[in-house]
Ligand binder design. Structure first.
Ligand SMILES: *Cc1c(COP(=O)(O)O)cnc(C)c1O
Length: 438
């Protein structure tokens, strides 16, 4: 009884300090208590008249292909202008953007590409699609980003690209990656699929390396259902990428003509998506500001909670896109309750959160690809053996067990939503002795 009342007291006190009287009942919602929050978080996507008008315009024009209409091109110009890039090439997806950029950069069979293990699977899939070897660089557990300090040692004579991912909307240490790339003459391809409007020292993520790739898939901060884009400053690389994404046809030539610069694919965006993106783009800055302000406030609240470590940013990261709000959960501060129990308890309190990625370098599909007939033809036995031995990312393994994510839409509402997130964590902490141990 005395432990219960003490727990109730702690929960009530912490909830009270945020002015949330309704959380004062300390009994966890998972155990039948009142949840901290009953309202839904802001829905995603946001849309209205501009989106309707844009799509209707394309529909009624009958010009649904970029070769016939102007919406995709107008979006490319607008996104290049917004980010300060010389060229923008819209693609069918973020995966298509990465695939196209790797092709343009000349990454091919028998090459090695340095990648993080803490990313969406597409980052790795595009390397495998090129019949190249993804070489995993461990994660900096403090920032959740690919660890630049462990990157140069992994470069071999086969390395043709370094592919850091601006994970969650924060940025990698771009100074370090650019320095290594320049010194070793290896191109840096930024996977900025989660980093719309993020900045490194005041410059937009995705404009600093040889190329930067974005995704406009439904969950992303800029969204057309599916879609993507590549930002490029070099004219020749832009020409090669444009041609690859349109079956080898040159940008300058007639889009429906039959002459080819090289082999290619069809990775084009439709006019409908171009129109949707033009409309969605008018909302991006305001939404990004809201996420940033809420995230800064939430970080201030979470700093005070023992056992919660918010993902840090490198000092050069001058703007975080907050596609994800990420922190690490230390179960020791939660009476030893495993992360899965914490996630369940938070969900029950009305705060949905997830465990995030599992270690990609340990995926069985990866081992299968690398042991395949094709890879054994392309790479010497000793290269593949060395890869297997070196394929260890202990910091990332730990991160994958401790990470907790909130999604970007949860940062779009009023500041009081952040108070409720923090109050729920405190309540679960106070009630943690009630949670299952294993
Ligand atoms: C979403 C994402 C991709 C792939 O984008 P799609 O548009 O889904 O193909 C690639 N890399 C990262 C880091 C992503 O988050």
């Amino acid at each position: 009884m005395s432990t219960v009342s003490r727990r109730e007291f702690v929960a009530a006190a912490s909830a009270g300090s945020f002015g949330l009287a309704k959380a004062s009942n300390g009994k966890l919602a998972l155990m039948g208590g009142e949840p901290v929050r009953k309202a839904q978080f802001p829905s995603w996507p946001k849309f209205g008249k501009p989106e309707e008008q844009g799509i209707r315009e394309v529909l009624q024009s009958g010009r649904w292909f970029r070769g016939y209409g102007k919406h995709v091109e107008r979006f490319e110009q607008a996104y290049a202008q917004l980010t300060g890039a010389r060229h923008c090439i819209a693609t069918a997806s973020g995966t298509a953007a990465l695939f196209t950029a790797l092709n343009g950069m000349g990454v091919g069979p028998g090459d090695e590409v340095l990648v993080p293990p803490y990313t969406f699977v597409a980052t790795i899939n595009v390397v495998l699609l090129q019949h190249a070897l993804p070489v995993f660089i461990d994660t900096d557990i403090e920032t959740f980003q690919m660890d630049a300090t462990k990157t140069e040692a992994a470069i071999t004579e086969r390395t043709t690209a370094i592919m850091p991912v601006h994970l969650g909307g924060g940025t990698v240490d771009m100074d370090a990656f650019l320095k290594i790339g320049a010194r070793r003459k290896v191109g840096v391809l930024e996977d900025a699929c989660q980093a719309h409007l993020a900045e490194w020292r005041g410059k937009k993520a995705g404009t600093l390396g040889a190329a930067g790739c974005f995704s406009f898939q439904a969950s992303k901060n800029l969204n057309s259902g599916e879609g993507g884009a590549i930002l490029i400053n070099d004219d020749d690389l832009a020409d090669r990428c444009y041609a690859f994404h349109s079956n080898g046809r040159s940008r300058k030539g007639d889009a429906s003509g039959f002459s080819y610069l090289a082999h290619g694919s069809n990775e084009r965006l439709t006019e409908f998506q171009g129109a949707l993106l033009l409309a969605q783009m008018t909302r991006l800055e305001e939404q990004s500001k809201a996420r940033e302000q809420n995230a800064a406030y939430l970080t201030g609240l979470l700093k005070e909670i023992p056992g919660i470590q918010v993902a840090k940013m490198y000092s050069g990261c001058t703007r975080n896109a907050y596609h994800l709000y990420m922190f690490r959960y230390n179960k020791e501060a939660f009476a030893g309750a495993p992360r899965a129990e914490f996630l369940k308890a938070m969900s029950a309190e009305g705060i949905p959160c997830s465990a995030g990625y599992s270690p990609l370098n340990k995926e069985p599909f990866l081992a299968a690809a690398i042991n395949s007939k094709g890879y054994r033809r392309l790479f010497p036995e000793k290269t593949l053996k060395h890869w297997q031995e070196k394929n260890q990312c202990p910091a990332n393994d730990q991160l994958c067990e401790e990470a907790v994510w909130l999604t970007q839409n949860m940062l779009l509402g009023p500041r009081g939503d952040m108070d409720e997130i923090a109050a729920a964590i405190r309540k679960v902490q106070a009630g943690a002795p009630e949670l299952k141990r294993a």
